[in-house]
Write a protein of this length. Sequence first.
Length: 544
Amino acid sequence: MNRRKLDPQVSVSGQITTKDLIGLVSDGIEVIICNRPDGEAADQTNFSDIKQAAQALGLTAYNITFVSGQLDEALVRQFSGVLANGKKVHAYCRTGNRSEQIWKATQQLTGSGLIPAMDENTNIDGLEHEATQREKPCFDVVIIGAGSGGVAVSSSLYKRNKQLRIVVIDASSKHYYQPGWTMVGGGVFSPESTERDTASLFGRQISHIKQNVAKVLPSEGKVVLDDLSEVYYQQLIVSPGLELSWDAIEGAEDTLGKNGVTSNYRYDLAPYTWELVKNLKQGKAIFTQPPMPIKCAGAPQKALYLSADHWCKNGVLNNIDIEFCNAGGVLFGIETYVPALMEYIKKYHVALNFSHNLVKVDGENKKAWFDVIDENGEQKRVCKDFDLLHICPSQRAPEFIKASGLADNAGWLNVDPHTLQHVVYKNIWGLGDAMNTTNAKTMAAIRKQVPIVATNICDSLTGKPVLAKYDGYGSCPLIVERGKIVLAEFCYGGRITPTFPSWLNNGAQPTRLAWWLKVHALPQIYWQGMLKGREWLTKSVVEF
């Protein structure tokens, strides 16, 4: 803290921390005045923290904030009113300049250098409330969600315009490389390799509010948080990811992680998948897939193939009955890749059950119930026994999207499929899995979407037209055995969009190159590239 005294009563400095307060108290300071709005920089201590620590030390703290160049007479009179009690005051802002400016203005206001005594119209107790009402945290770009899309787009925006004030809102303390969970469930990755502290992913230039979003009020340009505090925005990016609908399967939450019931869709359960696979020597293994849309639609099959490959290589495959119960009607939505997948279905002796939707589980008795649509379109419920049950739950967009009037009729964020701009509110943008776009909900899609959104926002802020377009690219590395992957890549309309020439990687067939990419290259590209604003492979992106 670079403190300077302006007169015997007043000193000023740049941003202080709670640790600085002890030194100020020892020097006789009795009152703290904050002249800096919260959120100007990622590393500043919020006024609420300063106030709490100050009160614990017997200090009084006032919040009289203003932006450089916006000092008005009302603020000067408030500052003057605090000084009038004759107590020793320390004021701070970013550098101390604003605090000195408002002090000088009080001297000019009195015309004599003396602070006028308070009169009956001076209300010091109301200063903090009045200033707080006037100075709400406001950012150029507010990002909801600190998942892959939120972290990556914050870096991408800052890379394009270092003057932007950016904040990411997310209560999660941990960030996960979710594409790695399939590999954890197959014994390839350790769970720890897929996890980082969320706070470690943001540079000092990006602010982070560790809360959940309760609602967006687009007509007022603000986000309401769970504690009812408010954050204002010029541009808003909605990238909250999806919620897993475990409650749609009766009994599932009571038995997950035990009784042979698992799911690679959760960090804490993927290691249990591998434990079950290693220990199963005979019996029945059922793998489920719910109605679309879901994130990483190939993940239920990947769990099946990696498990079956392990059983095959350990000589127990013939003792295990494998079923794939899919609520849909096809093995994979892009026909080009189905023949290669069917070869492995046959190799592993998998029974394919289409139009089978898991609705109930009894883990203790090892029973699972499915609603089945027969060839006549009639529904019936069937019960199946199991020794291993891998569940993929249905998924939904977070409720605040619908509650905020941002959703389509199905509850998904309603955006233009190419610009990713909201169809009604032109300063709101979508990113990631919660949108109603028809692309595959994969990390590869997010990698392509990030520069589209960042470019369009930067152009919008400068009055330029929105021209960047997303083509719907997504991909899915279908792991058919340990060491080989069928790399499916496609965009809107199911058009095949391979990254590599066919002589290097034939996407319609399993290859070792695709395995090498997933296991070795892409995790590093994710942590060291995508999340840091390095937009490698965004012209033609490979899924993780």
